[in-house]
Design a protein around this ligand. Structure first.
Ligand code: 6PG
Length: 473
């Protein structure tokens, strides 16, 4: 049987995606630069309709036309190398999909280059890790709409399905870099969710003196309520695990507190800064990873920098846990409000015409940030497709109103006790800034005008002004 689609790159994501496609009844061509990997996949799955090739030429020639090819290779120079090899072998109208965690500007550049040869190019965000790729990821494809239509039936079959209405977690995102941009913001939001969960754990552990098992129980309970999400679920599970090297300790107590990152969260912050959008929760989460990685410096500083003198006592453990839960939900909301605002500004800047409601919809299942909460976001944008900020939706406005005191208390207590809560702090500061009719930026403008004659605008009349700061009035 002639393969309907081909997958390049047989590392775990590529292999699992190929197996996922095959499981929906398709014959799939597979290729990997190192042939032994391709061979191994075929040997491990003899019953599957996988057609291996050991040269790019054979791989391309084996495919049904117009060809559909998904590249699942390490983002960066590797992607350019594969494209360069493929280009002379492809025909006008073929569809090339990059499913890596690619920087969206690279996708825009490649898209423009391939366009010259009439090759359709789709930059597709793939979320859900190894299992997601195999069982049903959330897919964020960006490129020519006609190209999307050529692969949509396959993508819809392999994508995760939302519990609420069974809809596949894939939709046409927009032209060129739109898909990879949205995946990048997804990852930024992922950083924020992870940091807020980690801070919640830290407060329970270090301020409430709870055991790891007790905290696991709290996350388990939370996962049944409005915080229900994949990341809360896996955290509850992680906290129940014991050291696999036999120390008897909880696994989290032997994992070094120095976070890694592969760059997508950083790109998300960088892009927000470029576009002039505040994205403080995600950015603080990125910085929290960076400062965690400065382990040696922190160890040295912990020996010389004094901690606060005061003592913070919580009256009631159950009440404090509920306070943390509310603070977490509130802060998550701030993070998503920022993420969606960033996508709105990016959409206007790059002319992508992003459909925010659909983005929330395809994040309801399959991806790392999947959560009950995404249904509320979907509903908010369904009600009001041009919603400027999630906080202005009635449901979320109510959450903010009812939960804000919890964040204020939590941040106050934690700060008094010297327990860092940068994510929570960023969240409440954003809320207070966003809802402020007047901010002290008048001082900033006066200073800028004072030392650099940068001019200012007035509250009482139109125009651009400069004050003669160096002249006695
Ligand atoms: C996903 C994840 C995935 C990957 C990140 C991790 O959506 O499936 O986001 O893409 O796990 O690259 O990123 P860091 O290594 O930067 O934490």
């Amino acid at each position: 049987e002639t393969p309907t689609i081909g997958v390049i790159g047989m590392a775990v994501m590529g292999k699992n995606l190929a197996l996922n496609i095959e499981s929906r009844g398709y014959t799939v061509a597979i290729y990997n630069r190192t042939g032994s990997k391709t061979k191994k996949v075929v040997e491990d799955h003899p019953e599957k309709k996988l057609v291996p090739s050991y040269t790019v030429e054979d791989f391309v020639n084996s495919l049904e036309k117009p060809r559909r090819i998904i590249m699942m290779v390490k983002a960066g120079a590797g992607t350019d190398a594969v494209i360069a090899e493929l280009l002379p072998l492809l025909d006008k109208g073929d569809v090339l999909i990059d499913g890596g965690n690619t920087f969206f500007e690279d996708t825009m550049r490649r898209s423009a280059e391939l366009d010259k040869s009439g090759i359709n190019f789709i930059g597709m965000g793939v979320s859900g890790g190894e299992l997601g790729a195999l069982r049903g990821p959330s897919l964020m494809p960006g490129g020519q709409k006609e190209a999307y239509d050529l692969v949509a039936p396959i993508l819809e079959q392999i994508a995760a399905k939302a519990d609420e209405d069974g809809k596949p977690c894939v939709t046409y995102i927009g032209p060129n870099g739109a898909g990879h941009y949205v995946k990048m913001v997804h990852n930024g939001i992922e950083y924020g969710d992870m940091e807020l969960i980690a801070e919640s754990y830290n407060v329970m552990r270090n301020m409430l003196g709870m055991t790891v098992d007790e905290i696991a129980g709290v996350f388990k309970k939370w996962s049944e309520g409005e915080l229900s999400s994949y990341l809360i679920d896996i955290t509850a599970d992680i906290l129940t695990r014991k050291d696999d090297l036999g120390s008897g300790k909880p696994m989290v107590d032997v994992i070094l507190d120095a976070a890694g990152n592969k760059g997508t969260g950083k790109w998300s912050s960088q892009s927000a800064a470029e576009l002039g959008v505040p994205q403080s929760v995600i950015t603080e989460s990125l910085y929290a990873r960076y400062i965690s990685a400065m382990k040696d410096e922190r160890v040295a500083a912990s020996k010389v920098l004094p901690k606060p003198v005061g003592n913070v006592k919580f009256e009631n453990r159950e009440e404090t846990i509920e306070l943390i839960r509310k603070a977490l939900y509130f802060s998550k909301l701030m993070s998503y409000a920022q993420g969606f605002e960033q996508m709105r500004v990016a959409s206007e800047h790059y002319n992508w015409n992003l459909q925010y409601g659909e983005l929330a919809q395809i994040w309801r299942a399959g991806c790392i940030i999947r959560a009950k909460f995404l249904q509320n976001i979907t509903d908010a944008f369904t009600k009001q497709p041009d919603l400027k900020n999630l906080l202005l939706d009635d449901y979320f406005k109510d959450i903010a109103k009812n939960y804000q005191e919890s964040v204020r208390d939590l941040v106050g207590f934690a700060t008094k006790a010297g327990v860092p809560v940068p994510g929570f702090m960023a969240a409440i500061s954003y809320y207070d800034s966003y809802r402020s009719e007047v901010l002290p930026a008048n001082i900033i403008q006066a200073q800028r005008d004072y030392f650099g004659a940068h001019t200012y605008q007035r509250t009482d009349r139109e125009g651009i002004f400069h004050y003669s700061w160096y002249t006695e009035q």
